[in-house]
Design a protein around this ligand. Structure first.
Ligand SMILES: Nc1ncnc2c1ncn2[C@@H]1O[C@H](COP(=O)(O)OP(=O)(O)OP(=O)(O)O)[C@@H](O)[C@H]1O
Length: 604
């Protein structure tokens, strides 16, 4: 009886299996227009293209012209599957010969009356990485091409708890994940163009040129925050060596462009958004209070109001900030993972480019580590852990519904139905979910029998994402023309406009140059002052030493002279007394002679 009830609860639709811990209202519904065999057929017919060389897919999208918008091109997310290495992998997961389709079969659970789950299922992916595939290949397939093409992209890691999402994104101290690799790639690509002062910034999703005092303030905040970061010099050097050993990143040829790179890091915990890169309060005894931030959507641009964005000048600085944010993330131990992320987190790298013709362009790379989707019963969750798990599952379900709705837009051509406002996560990632920016999803799975049910959930979720075809125009990078030009461009005639534009461009580039030179000069002056101080100190020290020596010599000479005078005086006094003694002796002798009167008198 009890078994029957459980199996009823666990009955799943073929497309989106239910999770009993989720509120019924938030459960995703199967796509009514699809039938199981339609899906299998679709996948099989798709598989011919899936089986074709995936590199060509990259080349195709990568070659979509130099324009920042890929017009009228239907694009869909890239969905990758990564299988975590385990000691004795389950035989229920088989990778097809073409390498892009995962075949699952479940005939082992004899007690299960759920025939749907016992069926063989085919899930197709852009690429499947089996447990032997290392971090290097994952990066080369999933992220590298996006960075070379300078495209905005959201990369999501999705999977059950402990399946390797964080490992894929961050890696460990030796096997760098995709974020450290992407940072190294970006800084190598723009090596010569990286600008050292924070002059351009994204403020509320708009690019603004900062005034000098604001730049100074930004640089100060950056210094203060970097001082709080753990020291990573040695570890970064090691990782850098490994990464450059694995890949041959190429520098972009020198262009008339200055590149400014900013990073931000947010956490979505229990449906609240927290900034992970805030400065602690000034007073030491004040407790750091986490402020919940608002996600704002203004004219189609999504941003987090008041989010700290930090200007970085090297991959090491970016990595240090990532580590700092990670230390502030909410982790807890669950039955499945001793160090399980209890929140979704998004690390964003914004690359802002100032072109000498006055144009500014921007690419954003969002790396999103989704908290593990999990079954409440299996993870042994109670109390606050239960609340966490429920809000994690809710937002993942909304994400599923968004993807599901997006996949149906190919039929309805109505993007409004996508319920991205139902969770903070989907609100934040809406550009990617609506198909405006590229979306890559790395689905991680632990191929063990005991996780079979959960893995089916994850795979079904992935299959929805894989079937999406966005009709939206894909924005490769956001362009803005420096606002002063725009004002001019609406008035004067075209020749004047061109001339003004040229002057403006020159003006801006000269201002930037002056800024750079000022910075260089301040540095040079500081160095010179230091050098001068040292020279002066050395000279004074040397002259003091010489003076001291001369004084000592003079003193010695004086003492010697005085000694000699003293000795001469003593000798003359001695001589004087000796003469007097001699005189007296002579007188005595004279007086002693026989005819002396004095003697007689003396006798008497
Ligand atoms: N491909 C892999 N190769 C080697 N080790 C791995 C791999 N994937 C995961 N691991 C190891 O498994 C453990 C759990 O991985 P990780 O913390 O990345 O899981 P997760 O999916 O982020 O979990 P959660 O959602 O609970 O945070 C880690 O110790 C990690 O080093």
């Amino acid at each position: 009886m009890e078994r029957e009830e459980v199996s009823k609860r666990e009955m799943r639709s073929f497309l989106m299996p239910r999770d009993p811990s989720i509120d019924r209202r938030f459960r995703p519904r199967p796509n009514k227009q699809l039938r199981l065999f339609d899906e299998v057929l679709l996948e099989t017919s798709d598989s011919s293209s899936d089986c074709s060389d995936t590199e060509s897919e990259y080349t195709k999208t990568g070659d979509e012209g130099g324009s920042s918008i890929d017009s009228e091109m239907e694009t869909g997310p890239q969905v990758f599957l990564r299988l975590r290495p385990v000691e004795s992998p389950s035989k229920l997961y088989i990778i097809s010969e073409c390498g892009n389709v995962l075949i699952t079969s479940a005939a082992t659970n004899e007690n299960s009356s759920n025939n749907v789950n016992r069926m063989e299922k085919h899930y197709s992916f852009t690429n499947i990485f089996d447990s032997q595939v290392g971090q290097r290949d994952i990066y080369d397939k999933c992220v590298g091409p996006r960075i070379i093409d300078e495209e905005c992209v959201t990369i999501m890691a999705y999977g059950t708890s402990g399946s390797g999402k964080t490992y894929t994104l961050l890696g460990d101290s030796v096997r760098a994940g995709i974020i450290p690799r992407a940072l190294e790639h970006i800084f190598t690509l723009y090596n010569k163009q990286v600008y050292t002062a924070a002059k351009l910034k994204l403020v509320n999703a708009r690019m603004v040129i900062l005034e000098d005092d604001v730049t100074m303030k930004e640089m100060q905040i950056r210094r203060q925050l970097l001082a709080l970061c753990p020291d990573m010099q040695a570890q970064h050097q090691r990782l850098k060596q490994v990464i450059h050993g694995d890949h041959e990143f190429e520098e972009k040829p020198a262009e008339e462009v200055s590149v400014m790179i900013w990073v931000s890091f947010v956490e979505i915990y229990n449906e609240l958004v927290y900034d992970l890169l805030t400065l602690p309060p000034r007073q030491q005894n004040m407790e750091a209070r986490r402020k919940n931030l608002k996600i704002v959507c203004n004219k189609g641009q999504v941003f987090i109001k008041g989010l700290t964005s930090i200007f970085v000048r090297s991959s090491e600085e970016a990595l240090k900030l990532l580590r700092l944010g990670q230390q502030r993330l909410t982790y807890a131990s669950t039955a499945v993972n001793a160090n399980s992320s209890r929140s979704h987190c998004v690390f964003t790298v914004d690359v802002l480019k100032y072109h000498r013709n006055g144009m500014t362009t921007q690419n954003s790379y969002k790396f999103c580590d989704l908290a593990g989707s999990e079954r409440v019963d299996k993870t042994g969750t109670i109390g606050s852990r239960l609340k966490e798990a429920q809000s994690i599952n809710t937002s993942l379900m909304v994400l599923g519904r968004c993807l599901d709705a997006a996949s149906s837009t190919k039929k309805k051509a109505n993007a409004d139905v996508i319920p991205y406002r139902d969770s903070k996560l989907t609100m934040l990632l809406q550009a990617a979910l609506l198909g405006k920016e590229r979306l890559a999803m790395i689905v991680t799975v632990t191929p063990l029998d005991k996780y079979y049910e959960e893995n089916l959930n994850v795979l079904s979720f992935a299959s929805i994402a894989k079937n999406i075809l966005f009709k939206q125009q894909l924005v490769k990078q956001h362009n803005t023309r420096y606002s002063l030009f725009a004002e001019y461009s609406s008035t004067g005639d075209s020749r004047d406009r061109e001339y003004i534009e040229e002057l403006e461009a020159q003006n801006i580039s000269l201002r930037a140059e002056v800024e750079r030179l000022n910075y260089d000069i301040v540095l040079k002056l500081q160095l010179q002052e230091e050098k001068l101080r040292k020279e002066l100190t050395d000279t004074f020290e040397a002259s003091i030493q010489t003076n001291l020596k001369q004084c000592e010599e003079r003193q010695e000479r004086k003492i010697a002279m005085l000694n000699r005078e003293f000795e001469a005086k003593i000798a003359s006094i001695k001589r004087k007394y000796e003469e007097q003694i001699e005189d007296l002796q002579d007188e005595i002798e004279e007086l002693k002679s026989p005819n002396s009167d004095i003697e007689i008198i003396d006798d008497e």
